[in-house]
Ligand binder design. Structure first.
Ligand code: SAM
Ligand code: SF4
Length: 330
């Protein structure tokens, strides 16, 4: 069995694939003015056939999980077809998405029927007004209803992510609100530390806060740090027997963050990115035209692995080619 491996002994059973740069939200840290069409760039996003070929190739390279992201992946008209093809025709076992939860209340059943095995929903606050201020949309109720609908249909693998923003959603009251939520709901909730990108320098300066404040809250409230599973990736997870759900922290600036890196990325235009923040990577599209190119594609991807760097060097202020995360698929 082939496994994708880099020079630092890390293996890559997991791919994050962006299927569009387009988004219908305006999150302050990502696309504060909403998605802007780049007229100089007429390349189209990966189409269904190309996505299927890529997934098949990765499956033959030992990948067992693909996360579909964006932009907002659910804005694509063929979104459900993509999920179905990945799940039932590519050989990949785990097909998960990251979504802003737009109209999730209406989509819950369709998502489950398309074969999805997990969902990460971005919910930056449980306070409706704060949610609206961060994302530019007053859609918190439909998203929470969507989560309920998924649960009522028996769907279990639900994670919620919030970007931790200083003095916006980082108070003890905010933490307590989430604790109350996961006390009753079997959902993993994780705070992601705000990352600096090419576009958000001022925002970053104003709102970045270390996730240490949340760690201290967890320690004070008897949450127990859960040691890493082999393929668990860079999230630090905490459990408490009184709660149905778990807490987690994703802290990209922490010292050992990259040590547990287990993922590669594909941009919506078919670039292989070895790191969310790297300039390293190449376009694969010329090898996605027909099924006959599968072996050539596999060779190219395997050869690229030697260029994966040990760290993202974010702590040195290096954001690589990442203007915002909607472009590389956060
Ligand atoms: N639109 C979908 C969503 O928001 O879930 C998927 C794409 S979004 C780029 C993926 C994740 O990246 C979201 O959880 C979002 O909050 C996070 N994100 C975006 N920009 C970020 C930044 N500068 N720092 C930390 N997380 C960020
Ligand atoms: Fe859109 Fe997701 Fe970026 Fe928010 S974080 S603007 S929902 S791509």
């Amino acid at each position: 069995m082939i496994t994708l491996k880099d020079n630092f002994g890390r293996t890559f059973p997991y791919i994050r694939m962006s299927i569009t740069d387009v988004c219908n939200f305006k999150c302050g840290y990502c696309l504060p003015n909403g998605y802007q069409v780049d007229k100089s760039d007429n390349r189209k996003f990966l189409h269904l056939d190309e996505i299927k070929r890529l997934a098949k190739c990765f499956s033959e390279l030992g990948v067992n999980k693909i996360r579909i992201t964006g932009g907002e992946p659910t804005v694509r008209k063929d979104f459900f077809d993509i999920i179905k093809v990945l799940k039932f025709e590519s050989g990949i076992q785990n097909v998960v998405i990251t979504t802003n939860g737009y109209k999730l209340d209406k989509k819950a059943e369709l998502l489950i029927n398309s074969g999805l095995t997990g969902i990460n929903i971005s919910v930056d606050s449980l306070n409706r007004e704060t949610f609206k201020n961060i994302t530019g949309h007053d859609r918190l109720p439909e998203i929470l209803q969507g989560i309920k609908n998924l649960q009522n249909l028996g769907f279990e693998n639900i994670k919620i992510n919030a970007v931790l923003l200083n003095r916006v959603n980082s108070s003890i009251k905010d933490f307590n609100n989430w604790a109350e939520y996961i006390e009753k709901n079997k959902v993993d909730f994780r705070y992601i530390e705000l990352m600096r990108t090419g576009d958000n320098l001022d925002y970053f300066k104003k709102y970045h806060v270390s996730s240490q404040i949340f760690k201290e809250y967890l320690n004070k409230n008897n949450w127990i740090y859960q040691t890493f599973g082999k393929d668990s990736g860079p999230s630090l997870n905490y459990i408490n027997p009184k709660f149905k759900g778990k807490f987690g922290i994703i802290a990209p600036y922490s010292k050992d963050f990259c040590k547990s890196c287990n993922r590669l990325r594909i941009t919506s235009r078919g670039d292989l990115r070895l790191c969310l923040f790297g300039n390293t990577g190449i376009n694969l599209r010329h090898l996605l035209k027909s099924n006959d190119q599968l072996n050539e594609l596999k060779d190219l991807i395997m050869k690229q692995m030697q260029f994966k760097k040990e760290s993202h060097y974010l702590e040195l202020g290096d954001t690589g080619s990442t203007k915002n995360l909607s472009k590389t698929g956060g």
